[in-house]
Design a protein around this ligand. Structure first.
Ligand SMILES: C[S@@+](CC[C@H](N)C(=O)[O-])C[C@H]1O[C@@H](n2cnc3c(N)ncnc32)[C@H](O)[C@@H]1O
Length: 204
């Protein structure tokens, strides 16, 4: 997966995902933690003014590529080996959590969201781009049908996961817009991009 990840996404990055990452990450402030940082495609887009940047990635081959990209970028950041379901950070210690194309893959997204909620400061934000279950019943049917093969092909990715609904069920208020992951297979094209904040903590 790590070997083919960047080449596989190359066209889709150029077709809009790179711009979407940049627009999202411009909103990152303070102490920032990215979960599932992968090969580091977000690294160039974090604002220089962020106080601290921590990149969390559990898979060693992904982490090696992340280390290389971070070195080449000249950015200051710390790479941490951890899973989103068990973040090694204190309660209420993080201003911004970033998750792009990750909550589809984690085994227990409810636990990951509970951990994100735990580490966020009051008023803190989760910035995300996730591919999600389609609104269109026909496409959702295909997502259900192709879940198994896609999951094997894409290292555990669930193409039919209703991630934004799950965020809401886990206590987040979500402001998000729909987009399309252009140049990708239709079952992963429906995207949601935006900000989630814990209900009741929006104004800190
Ligand atoms: C599809 S890649 C996305 C990588 C990167 N965020 C991006 O936008 O290109 C999913 C990443 O999530 C990582 N991952 C898988 N399970 C995870 C978990 N439980 N906690 C954190 N990261 C996880 C994978 O190792 C992989 O790097």
């Amino acid at each position: 997966m790590a070997l083919v990840y960047d080449p596989f996404l190359h066209v889709a990055e150029a077709a809009g995902m790179r711009a979407a990452r940049k627009a999202l990450l411009e909103q990152a402030t303070g102490r920032v933690i990215e979960v599932g940082a992968g090969t580091g495609l977000n690294v160039p887009h974090f604002p220089r003014k962020t106080r601290e940047l921590i990149l969390v990635e559990p898979e060693p081959p992904m982490r090696r590529r992340l280390e290389r990209r971070l070195r080449r970028s000249g950015r200051q950041a710390v790479i941490v080996d951890a899973r989103a379901e068990q973040l090694p950070f204190a309660d209420r210690s993080v201003d911004t959590v970033v998750s792009t194309l990750v909550l589809c893959t984690v085994d227990r997204p409810d636990r990951a969201l509970a951990e994100i909620a735990r580490v966020l400061r009051p008023g803190g934000q989760l910035l995300f781009i996730e591919h999600v279950r389609a609104d269109s019943p026909a496409l959702a049917w295909w997502q259900d049908r192709l879940l198994g093969p896609w999951r094997r092909f894409a290292c555990g990715c669930r193409c039919n996961r209703a991630t934004v609904e799950l965020m809401r069920a886990c206590g987040f208020e979500v402001e998000a817009s729909r987009a399309s992951w252009r140049a990708m297979p239709p079952i992963v094209r429906p995207l949601m991009s935006g900000r989630a904040q814990l209900r009741g903590s929006v104004h800190g």
